[in-house]
Design a binder for this molecule. Structure first.
Ligand code: UD1
Length: 341
């Protein structure tokens, strides 16, 4: 019998790419999402890529009763990949209670149901934001975590703490937290990618929308950082490589290879690129000329952030394969195709 996996938030940006990778591995995927920040058409897109229509249920996972009945229906699942969460950093500063309520209640309800129905394997979608303003580089999983600069980030840190505490006492419960660096890029089919609502906060969608003429110019936040070209450095990771890391983490749990009940892995490439590197790659791969100007640093931004990915490589056997050029090119192809359709 096929192994069944529940993907919460599976119509979102990272969730949908992960659903594709699990289906490609032959797993039965059940997506649960309330479509608060995604579109139902993503299901057709997943089907057109994989030839498989994933099961879908529209449920708000903060609703304990509905969540319980959902899990009752799918108690034969072998694991949960938990993506469902609000994720806008700036918005979370304005609406902290909504962010804590949504992200933490979803996690608590999901874990409560996993406990009740004896579903033993959890992959948690975490973020490099748990390292706060780091003291040294590259960041390893043992680097000190600090209070993140936003309530959004703090829900990730608290989420990890909840899982860690539970994993110490729960019987046969195993979890892996994946700390993403900066996911960008889109599926090579051009059928899946990021669709931010309103004005994008993140770099890549702002670049593609500017090149398409939807935005006048990209404002580069800061040109006086102590970096090679003065702009801030991040570890950009292709969303398809990131999606595959979830499959490998899940397989590790299924094969009982985890060394501890709760494990953490950084998921990045280990390479830091500046904002100007990303723009140069974008202009090269797409032949587009980008309008941009420099403005002051954005408050809360760290100058440099990149991962050590040695643990993920060694323990998960995961190696990111796609380059910065693949990331910028696929992001553009998705932006163009999405706006033609
Ligand atoms: C942020 C969050 C991170 C989250 C990620 C993806 C923090 C500290 N980080 O990362 O948790 O996972 O978004 O949602 O909260 N930039 C510009 N102009 C723009 C936009 C961005 O110059 O219009 C620059 C930024 O200053 C930064 C880089 O581009 O140096 C990347 O920014 P962004 O894509 O927003 O990601 P982070 O802030 O690194």
């Amino acid at each position: 019998m096929k192994s069944k996996i529940i993907i919460t938030g599976g119509t979102g940006y990272i969730g949908s790419h992960t659903a594709v990778e699990f289906i490609n591995e032959g797993l039965e995927v059940v997506i649960v999402d309330n479509l608060s920040n995604s579109d139902i058409s993503v299901l057709d897109r997943i089907q057109s890529i994989t030839d498989v229509a994933p099961t879908f249920e529209n449920i708000d996972l903060t609703d304990r009763v509905k969540t319980t009945s959902f899990f009752e229906r799918h108690k034969d699942a072998s694991g949960v990949i938990n993506f469902a969460a609000f994720k806008a950093v700036g918005e979370s500063v304005q609406l902290p209670l909504q962010y804590y309520h949504n992200n933490l209640n979803i996690l608590l309800n999901v874990m409560d149901c996993m406990d009740r129905f004896e579903i033993r394997n959890l992959i948690f979608s975490s973020s490099a934001t748990v390292y706060g303003l780091p003291d040294s580089f590259p960041l390893t999983e043992n680097s000190k975590t600090k209070k993140p600069t936003s309530p959004y980030g703090n829900t990730k840190k608290i989420g990890e703490e909840v899982i860690e505490d539970f994993s110490k006492v729960a019987k046969n419960f195993k979890a892996i937290s994946l700390r993403y660096f900066n996911p960008i890029g889109a599926h090579s089919s051009g059928d899946l990618g990021e669709t931010p609502t309103g004005v994008p906060n993140n770099l890549m969608p702002f670049i593609t929308q500017t090149a398409l003429g939807k935005r006048e110019e990209l404002k580069i936040f800061g040109k006086d950082y102590d970096t090679i070209d003065g702009t801030a450095i991040r570890d950009y990771i292709h969303v398809v490589d990131l999606a595959k890391a979830h499959v490998m983490a899940f397989q590790r749990l299924m094969k009982n290879e985890a060394k501890e009940n709760f494990e953490i892995f950084n998921i990045g490439t280990g390479i830091g690129y500046s904002v100007l590197d990303v723009i140069a790659s974008f202009e090269k791969t797409t032949k587009q000329k980008l309008n941009y100007s420099f403005v002051d640093r954005r408050s809360g931004d760290v100058p440099v952030l990149y991962a050590s990915t040695a643990k993920a490589k060694k323990e998960l056997g995961w190696n990111p394969k796609l380059t910065l050029d693949d990331m910028t090119k696929s992001s553009w192809e998705w932006e163009v195709k999405k706006n033609i359709l």
